[in-house]
Design a protein. Structure first.
Length: 175
């Protein structure tokens, strides 16, 4: 992920559109996502409780390695078969959740650090549909905020962000 690689050490304390997370916190969360969703691809449960700081020497390279492993894990057609014992939902939904997390948090990191961001456009319609399916429970759990009203004529990415409760016009108050 080019956005992650381009983040500088002096940007780690910047706020992000993801209210609870500074850049450092969000990077740690995404590291857990790329590692734990590899395990979920194998239909094994994971523990989300550990919150170590993964931003140690070589973290950018290690993130790239783990992201490649995530892609490999979900590239196996068997990864989308059946129900996730750890999540209790279809494996195909779990795989979509990984892509959703990386897409939305990729935007969070890009906008927080002043980078351009263009996710794969072909993935956005399916992510919008998935977000619509997950939104009621995700809002109850505090994962998504209430949707932000946006013009329906906007491109797919801003509409996806709005569904998750993000303001697509967000900009860092410290920039």
């Amino acid at each position: 992920m080019a956005v992650v690689r381009a983040i500088t050490d002096d940007q780690l304390d910047l706020p992000t559109p993801c209210r609870e997370y500074a850049v450092r916190d969000l990077l740690n969360h995404l590291y857990e996502v790329v590692v734990n969703f590899q395990t979920l691809a194998a239909r094994k449960p994971v523990a989300w409780a550990d919150k170590p700081d993964h931003l140690v020497e070589g973290w950018r390279d290690q993130f790239a390695v783990q992201a490649r492993r995530l892609i490999e894990a979900w590239s196996d057609p068997a990864s989308e078969q059946g129900v996730s014992p750890g999540m209790g939902m279809p494996q195909s939904v779990v795989g979509g959740m990984a892509l959703l997390d990386l897409t939305v948090h990729g935007w969070d990191l890009a906008v927080a650090t002043g980078q351009e961001y263009e996710p794969a456009p072909e993935a956005l319609p399916a992510l919008q549909e998935l977000t619509g399916q997950l939104a009621p429970q995700a809002r109850q759990m505090g994962v998504f905020a209430e949707p932000v009203a946006v013009d329906a004529a906007l491109p797919d990415l801003p509409r996806l962000l709005a569904l998750t409760g993000r303001d697509p016009a967000w900009s860092s108050p410290t920039r």
